[in-house]
Design a protein around this ligand. Structure first.
Ligand code: THG
Length: 262
């Protein structure tokens, strides 16, 4: 599974502060630690600071210490353009959706860049309540991307999980979406983990088990905290049990390195 390290995000107070103070060492350490822990992409979100200028500063800062690809977590076309320039296309865009404004301003940038992209099942009406409505939004997204000859192998669909505290069916609905995206569209899928446990105690337990079930539904990528050893252990175990770790090689390597956390 593709691991997108979530930690360079301005919604985390300590990270926001580091971005505002231009604390290079802090950002660089966060980048390196995530890469060492197994992140394939580093998510960068500067939405809560001076978004365009700080996207540039953060990416330049990361590039001084690692050439890990960046997951551009922004819906601001200027920030996305700048980030694509700096990463020379070695990036993923997080995200596009079917809102009129995004289709108009962001989809052309994505098509032009031809890089991997996360597609959310949202349109002007918001996040649909049912699985079928989310598939309907996705169908229109696929038609749009096909019209632009976009390589659908580069699309990661995020069907957007909502908190189980708000509706006990929300996680189940999400799992059904993951399975159907594969079955009907044969597209890759991705998710963040934190929304599902919103407003419940001991969120990490819920997030970790949520991730396991997502992997059993064939999820291809996750936006998560790779510095959470128990969570990374769950990734290894779930992939082992799903037949995605031949001869248990990855599991045993992690064991030998002392990385498995019970
Ligand atoms: N889908 C897509 N993009 C997303 C999300 C998604 N981007 C933002 C978010 N959700 C994923 N990113 C984060 C980043 C930080 C935290 C949660 C989600 C966070 N981190 C704390 C920290 O690192 O200090 C706590 C970590 C923890 O307790 O495990 O809260 O769903 N496409």
């Amino acid at each position: 599974m593709l691991i997108i390290g979530e930690k360079i995000n301005s919604s985390i107070p300590r990270v926001k502060e580091a971005i505002e103070k231009k604390d290079k060492a802090f950002i660089q350490e966060l980048a390196l630690k995530q890469v060492q822990a197994g992140a394939d992409y580093l998510d960068v979100n500067t939405a809560l600071t001076d978004e365009v200028a700080d996207m540039e500063w953060v990416i330049r800062t990361i590039k001084e210490v690692t050439d890990a690809p960046i997951c551009i977590d922004s819906t601001n076309p200027q920030a996305v353009k700048k980030a694509l320039e700096l990463t020379e296309g070695k990036a993923m865009i997080n995200s596009i959706n079917m809102e009129t404004d995004r289709v108009k301003n962001l989809v052309p940038i994505v098509v032009d860049a031809g890089c991997p992209v996360i597609a959310l099942t949202i349109d002007d009406r918001g996040i649909p309540q049912t699985v079928e409505q989310r598939m309907e939004v996705l169908e229109r997204m696929v038609e749009l991307l096909q019209k632009h000859n976009f390589d659908l192998d580069k699309v990661y669909v995020d069907p957007l999980v909502l908190p189980v505290a708000a509706n006990s069916n929300n996680a189940k609905l999400f799992f059904d979406c993951l399975s159907l995206v594969k079955e009907r569209f044969n597209l890759k899928t991705v998710s963040g983990l934190s929304n599902v446990s919103h407003q419940l105690p001991k969120r990490k337990i819920i997030n970790r088990h949520f991730l396991t079930i997502c992997i059993s539904c064939g999820m291809d990528a996750a936006i998560l905290d790779p510095l959470d050893g128990k969570l990374m252990t769950s990734v290894l175990v779930a992939e082992l049990l799903m037949g995605k770790d031949k001869f248990a090689r990855k599991y045993l390597t992690a064991f030998r390195k002392g990385k498995l956390e019970e």
